[in-house]
Design a protein around this ligand. Structure first.
Ligand SMILES: CC(C)(COP(=O)(O)OP(=O)(O)OC[C@H]1O[C@@H](n2cnc3c(N)ncnc32)[C@H](O)[C@@H]1OP(=O)(O)O)[C@@H](O)C(=O)NCCC(=O)NCCS
Length: 274
């Protein structure tokens, strides 16, 4: 455990006493946010065996930040905001293209080659290179998004801060998340998989293989699957109802790209030096 980690854990034990006058705690917490912003630390990562490792102390630093910062006015031309946290800056150096209307908070990490259409990326999130965060998509706090992912228009990727969740959402490399999907509460989409437009995925939602009829997981779409929103029959004392499920309608080969969701490199090559 690093000294910084030990100190953050210590401050977190005293979170109710924390306020902006605590200079020492602020210094430690701001250092973690700088490291998050530069990608030197992450809230979560995928270990070699595929397991998601959550670095709780980093999450704690983000929570502490809200106690240690006061509100201040932020003005942008005719727009006015009132917030505690800073926005991310220095996109040219980072090799990230940001379309007007997009905002990312400082303490999120955007890899070189990311494109932000008018969208929102919250603190603690990590986004891999070549990923497109399309219009009105939101990447919640601490969510972990891989490389060459497309989060299509209006996608909602849940965060871990509010309501408090233990594990962030993970979208692995090369995945495609269709328009208006909602992926929340530590749900996970595997490498190269496609979630059809309008799918809701959380750890309570069964993921069913259409070939076998078997439930393969809850809240996790394995690698290289095409999965869409479907319903399953449920009997309750009040009658028969149809609850949502996620149905795997196709399995692709490893490395395969579905022709309907192929990336358009013309949109990605934005010529910002990386
Ligand atoms: C999932 C998707 C890629 C289709 O994949 P596909 O392998 O070509 O599947 P098909 O079109 O052959 O459809 C297979 C079945 O799934 C159904 N289906 C397709 N997409 C669906 C969706 N999003 N939700 C529910 N069912 C869907 C089809 O009706 C079809 O049913 P059928 O076999 O009874 O005819 C596509 O429908 C989709 O959702 N694309 C995302 C579009 C999008 O979000 N674009 C981004 C814009 S920013």
């Amino acid at each position: 455990m690093s000294d910084l980690e030990t100190r953050i854990n210590h401050w977190f034990e005293h979170i109710s006493e924390m306020d902006p006058s605590n200079v020492e705690a602020r210094r430690d917490v701001e250092l973690v946010i700088t490291k998050l912003d530069d990608g030197q630390v992450r809230v979560a990562e995928i270990a070699v065996g595929g397991e998601v490792i959550v670095h709780e102390w980093v999450k704690r630093a983000i929570l502490l930040l809200f106690r240690l910062r006061g509100l201040r006015k932020i003005e942008v031309g005719p727009f006015e905001y009132l917030d505690k946290l800073d926005l991310k800056t220095d996109y040219e150096r980072r090799g990230v293209r940001v379309v007007p209307g997009a905002s990312a908070r400082r303490g999120s990490y955007l890899s070189p080659g990311v494109i932000l259409m008018p969208s929102y990326v919250n603190i603690g999130a990590w986004v891999g290179g070549g990923t497109m965060v399309d219009t009105w998509a939101t990447v919640g706090s601490c969510a972990q998004i891989g490389s060459n992912v497309h989060l299509a228009g209006g996608v909602g990727i849940g965060g871990v801060l509010e309501p408090a969740n233990a594990v962030p959402v993970v979208i692995e490399d090369d995945a495609f998340i269709g328009s208006r999907c909602m992926v929340v509460e530590g749900a996970r989409v595997g490498k190269g998989s496609i979630l059809g437009a309008g799918t809701i995925l959380n750890p309570s939602i069964p993921v069913i293989d259409a070939e076998t009829g078997e439930e393969v997981s809850r809240g996790y779409v394995p690698d290289y699957c095409v999965a869409v929103s479907a319903t399953r029959r449920r009997e309750y004392p009040g009658g028969e109802f149809f609850l949502p499920c996620v149905l795997i309608i196709k399995r692709m080969d490893e490395g395969e790209r579905h022709n309907k969701v192929a990336l358009n490199n013309i949109l990605r090559d934005h010529g910002v030096a990386t």
